[in-house]
Design a binder for this molecule. Sequence first.
Ligand SMILES: Nc1nc2c(ncn2[C@@H]2O[C@H](COP(=O)(O)OP(=O)(O)OP(=O)(O)O)[C@@H](O)[C@H]2O)c(=O)[nH]1
Ligand SMILES: [Mg+2]
Length: 247
Amino acid sequence: MGCKDYNLFCCCCGNASRSKLKPMSILLLGLESSGKTEIGHLIVKKQRQNFDSTNGVQNFTFNNHSFTINITEVGGNKEMQKLWHHYFIKTMAIVYCYDMSSSPSEMENSFKVFNTLISNEYVRGKPILIVGTKADLVTYNVESYDIENMFELEKLANIFGSKLKVCQNSSLDHDDLSSGCLWLEDELNRDYKCLKNRLKLDKHQSSKKHRKRLSYWFTRKKIHSELNSSKRPKTAPTISKTILLYS
Ligand SMILES: Nc1nc2c(ncn2[C@@H]2O[C@H](COP(=O)(O)OP(=O)(O)OP(=O)(O)O)[C@@H](O)[C@H]2O)c(=O)[nH]1
Ligand SMILES: [Mg+2]
């Protein structure tokens, strides 16, 4: 299915009306300067105009015969990384970029961040495409399976129930990125209904948690004001015990 072009999703197979297109959301993450914006432009086949670092969020939208694909890149600097988790709940899949030309310690850091990402409750079980970028700047030969072995990616995928694929991209050759994208397309097509239901369930769970936190906070506030308003006997339970009894 799909063409052998480097588009994430084939755009040559039909002209379904926009209203019938199903939404598909993908999150594009990676450390600062790992090549996310470059990959976003390659996927949607757009010429990059701006080479600034992404200090915020950037969207790439693309339609194929049955889906409208919304790729959201969130900046990779330390401050932006703190915001990544806000986007997990709405995403069906992740494209994670790491810079193949970076030093071993930077690479290690990149996969440390990846470990935290894949273990998040709203990411577990979702398909992830890992893209090694800037392969043209690497002088030695590194294969995707070297990265899989080095960072024990298969083990991680099994623990957290996510399907993983590693591919590489260079400014000169996009074939491997293309096959990675076709893999992701297949995964999303196959599991579309499940992923849709998963997003609904996660949204429901998260608002339930939020309501619980709010009600706990209000109870605490109410009890505190009641307790502070009257003189308490020495034998009365401590404030924290009283809150526990009430909540
Ligand atoms: N040689 C080479 N340079 C690349 C490649 N991919 C990205 N770059 C360059 O690396 C720099 C950083 O790439 P970006 O795509 O902006 O990185 P980013 O991950 O979006 O960075 P932030 O938005 O700051 O988190 C840019 O100057 C790109 O032109 C590549 O495959 N080869
Ligand atoms: Mg960017």
